[in-house]
Design a protein around this ligand. Structure first.
Ligand SMILES: Cc1ncc(COP(=O)(O)O)c(C=O)c1O
Length: 449
């Protein structure tokens, strides 16, 4: 086959890839790929369909912006905030958890963190030091690669497995094979899942909850995409359906809620942690050497939070409190504000599948996965590593699932957030050119030519 001309100039793409000097562009981290694509765009003047990074593509809510400006004008900027949050924010976080998850958690143990990223870090730090002999983390993958970096920075040992083959009742045996060893302090997953956008079923959450109680393991439930399973309408405060959570099935959990995607506040770096009263007030037998106290909640706030950042920027807390107040009162529908991502995913998935790609993680047991912030794709004959690089010639960037702890090495994660409807025709055109250049059964690859 003669080498086709590609939507993005082939020589320039090759040159920019070589210039980065990476051992494999297909296994580049999100930020490295981001850099290569920036360089190609600058060199060619062509715009990519950028699907490599999970950044919100919507404006921050005006209510939050105004509430923060008001607080700044009142002079909060000169004063230290309480480590565990201003009282009005703690109250609103507690009400938010009640309204959307139907769980009663005392405002005392609801607090802001510097992004839910810091919340994840603190949760790992405190749970892996809580009990003697329990220092390990278990990641139910695929997952957010940075969480594993956090475990490494902390020096916490961890294990992981890809849940693809262990959905439904099969999850019980798989989880138990790790937990029965007795050394797992905490297990972590995101729900909806980054990168696969799978969502655990009630049955799976129940299994996780029951085993967490049985083995005294804390579930770190990362709700970075809170309310964004658009198959159900979770938008009304205080009424069913409520957002599925392991909290229904155990008291051994920590909720990590991000404001970045659901509230389009990524730049503000403010997230929320909620710890049930029983766990917050409990004592570990190994915390004192690290935090000066064996009380879990005290260690969390006056040990971990004090040492890490001594709270979250003061004005930012007022911004989030203002937004949550409106959300809790039913005056601001945060779900409706982000359904755009689901609409985009529906259309973009169709473009990929119409052009010979398939969705890798496609089902939640017997239900099709939701359309949301991410989806996963593969193309027959390509490994994920190869496909990342091949797609660069077609002006499309996405990351390999291999970097996420997935066993599905053929797949890529694609994020919809930066691709507005106006670019759908361009995506369709590039994908149809890709399909034409890579007919099924041929082993032609530009990266090998
Ligand atoms: C699964 C998961 N957890 C945590 C985060 C980080 O959230 P935040 O921006 O609140 O720190 C992200 C962001 O992409 C994520 O995907």
């Amino acid at each position: 086959m003669t080498t086709p001309s590609t939507p993005i100039d082939m020589t320039t793409v090759k040159k920019e890839i070589d210039a980065m000097g990476l051992p494999s562009v297909g296994l580049a981290s999100i930020r490295e790929l981001n850099r290569i694509v920036n360089n190609i765009e600058t060199a060619t003047g062509d715009r990519f369909i950028r699907m490599e990074m999970g950044v919100p593509g919507l404006e921050p809510p005006e209510i939050a912006v105004n509430a923060e400006i008001e607080a700044l004008k009142k002079g909060v900027g000169s004063k230290y905030p309480p480590f565990d949050g201003i009282p009005e924010l703690k109250q609103e976080i507690s009400a938010f958890v009640k309204n959307y998850m139907d769980k009663d958690i005392n405002p005392v143990s609801c607090f802001p963190t510097v992004g839910s990223m810091q919340g994840c870090y603190m949760a790992m730090m405190c749970t892996t030091r809580r009990m003697k002999g329990k220092d390990k983390l278990l990641f139910i993958d695929p997952g957010f690669p940075v969480n594993k970096n956090q475990a490494m920075v902390l020096g916490a040992p961890f294990e992981n497995f890809d849940v693809y083959e262990f959905r439904g009742e099969k999850l019980r045996g798989k989880l138990e094979s790790y937990l029965e060893k007795g050394d797992v302090a905490a297990l972590m997953y995101s729900n909806p899942n980054n990168p696969a956008w799978i969502c655990f079923t009630e049955q799976e959450l129940q299994i996780i909850g029951e085993l967490a109680t049985k083995y005294d393991c804390i579930v770190l439930e990362d709700l970075a995409y809170f309310g964004m399973d658009f198959r159900q309408d979770y938008s009304a405060p205080g009424v069913a359906p409520f957002i599925p959570t392991v909290a229904k099935y155990t008291e051994n959990y920590i909720l990590l809620i991000s404001s970045s995607k659901s509230f389009s506040l990524a730049g503000q770096r403010i997230g929320m942690t909620a710890i049930p009263d029983k766990l917050f007030n409990s004592d570990g037998d190994n915390l004192k050497q690290w935090f000066g106290t064996n009380n879990f909640g005290y260690a969390y706030i006056f040990g971990a939070m004090y040492a890490l950042s001594s709270g979250v920027s003061h004005s930012n807390q007022y911004g989030l409190a203002g937004l949550l107040k409106a959300v809790n009162a039913g005056e601001y529908n945060f779900v409706e504000a982000v359904t755009e991502y689901g609409d985009r995913a529906g259309a973009m998935k169709k473009s990929f599948t119409d052009n010979g790609f398939h969705i890798v993680y496609d089902m939640d047991e017997d239900q099709k996965i939701a359309d949301g912030f991410y989806f996963t794709i593969a193309y027959e004959g390509f490994t994920g590593e190869e496909l990342v690089e091949e797609l660069l010639y077609y002006g499309i960037s996405a990351i390999s699932l291999t970097t996420t702890g997935s066993d599905r090495h053929e797949g890529l994660r694609a994020c919809v957030s930066l691709t507005g409807k106006e670019r759908f025709p361009e995506l369709e055109d590039r994908l149809s050119r890709f399909a034409a250049d890579h007919p099924k059964g041929s082993d032609f690859k530009i990266i090998n030519s």
